[in-house]
Design a protein around this ligand. Structure first.
Ligand code: MN
Length: 272
C-alpha cells in the first residue's frame, strides 16, 4: 500500500510522528507536511509566493518525507502533482491534536488536506484525537491500523472522506455519525497591548447546538465513542434546488435589459 501522510500540526508534531512509525511496515509511506503548525488553515492554498520544499530525512528505508512552507492543501497538491512517484492508494491526515467535529471541519486544516485528497481521486481519511490535555495517541494509532485492511477491502464513494475522532481514554466503542453543529460563544477577546492599543484574540467556548441529537459526532465523542463520519464535498442543497427553480428568476438574455432590478439606476445616480 502506498500511503500519503499529512497534517496541519506540522511535520514534527507528535501525532503524525507516531502514525508514521506505526505505519512503516504497512507499505510505502510518504510524509508531506507543513514546516509549522497550520491548524485552522482551512482549505487555503499558496499562490502569491513560491513554495519551498526540503527533504525531511527520516531514517527509514520505507519512509520518504518532505517539509513544505505552506498549508496542508499545498502539501497534498505538491505530493500528488510533483513529489510522489505514483498516485497513493490512501491519504491519511493526522493524527491531529484536538477534535475536528461538526461545523469545525470547515475551518480544519486536517480535514481540508483529506478534502484535497478526494478532489484528486485519492481515498482519504482525517484522524483527530479529541483532546488537548495529556494527549495519548495510542488508541488512535491502533484504530488506524485496524481500519487499513478494511479500507483495502471496501470502496469509499468518490467525493467522500472519512472524518474520524478518537475520544480521550479508553473508547466505549465506535459509532458512525453525522456532523454536529457547533457555535462558539465569547469568540473575540479584546485586549490591550503594552502601548495601549487594542488587539483581538479569537478563541471562544464551543456550544453544541444539536445537543439532543444522539447521532452527531459531537455527541459520540462526548459520550466516549470513536466517531466516524462520512463527509462529502458536494455542498449543493438538492432539496432546496427544486424549490429555487420555482423562484421567478427566469431572465433570458433577451429579457435582461427589461429585467434590470428597479432602483439600480437610482442608486448609481445617488453615488454620482
Ligand atoms: Mn491541528
Amino acid at each position: 500500500m502506498r500511503i500519503l501522510l499529512t497534517n496541519d500540526d506540522g511535520i514534527f508534531a507528535e501525532g503524525i510522528t507516531v502514525l508514521r512509525k506505526a505505519l512503516e511496515r504497512f507499505g510505502e509511506i510518504y510524509v508531506i507536511a507543513p514546516d509549522r503548525e497550520r491548524s485552522a488553515a482551512g482549505h487555503s492554498i499558496t499562490v502569491h509566493r513560491p513554495l519551498r520544499v526540503r527533504e525531511a530525512g527520516f531514517r527509514s528505508q520505507w519512509v520518504r518525507g518532505w517539509v513544505v512552507d505552506g498549508t496542508p492543501a499545498d502539501c497534498v497538491k505538491l505530493g500528488l502533482e510533483a513529489l510522489l512517484p505514483e498516485k497513493p492508494d490512501l491519504l491519511i491526515s493526522g493524527i491531529n491534536l484536538g477534535p475536528n467535529v461538526g461545523t469545525d471541519v470547515l475551518y480544519s486544516g486536517t480535514v481540508s488536506a483529506a478534502i484535497e485528497g478526494i478532489i484528486n481521486g485519492v481515498p482519504s481519511v482525517a484522524v483527530s484525537l479529541a483532546t488537548h490535555d495529556e494527549p495519548d495517541f495510542t488508541t488512535a494509532v491502533v484504530f488506524v491500523q485496524e481500519l487499513l485492511p478494511e479500507l483495502a477491502r471496501q470502496v469509499l464513494p468518490t467525493g467522500t472522506l472519512l472524518n474520524i475522532n478518537i475520544p480521550p481514554g479508553t473508547p466505549r466503542g465506535a459509532r458512525v455519525t453525522k456532523l454536529g453543529n457547533i457555535r462558539y460563544v465569547n469568540v473575540i477577546d479584546r485586549r490591550t497591548d503594552p502601548r495601549g492599543r487594542s488587539y483581538f484574540w479569537m478563541a471562544g467556548e464551543p456550544l453544541d447546538l444539536n445537543d439532543n441529537d444522539p447521532d452527531t459526532d459531537v455527541r459520540a465523542v462526548k459520550e466516549g465513542f470513536i466517531s466516524i463520519t462520512p463527509v462529502q464535498i458536494d455542498l449543493t442543497d438538492y432539496l432546496f434546488m427544486e424549490k429555487l427553480k420555482r423562484w421567478s428568476l427566469s431572465w433570458s438574455r433577451e429579457e435582461f435589459p427589461r429585467g434590470k432590478p428597479a432602483g439600480l439606476d437610482l442608486k448609481l445616480k445617488e453615488r454620482a
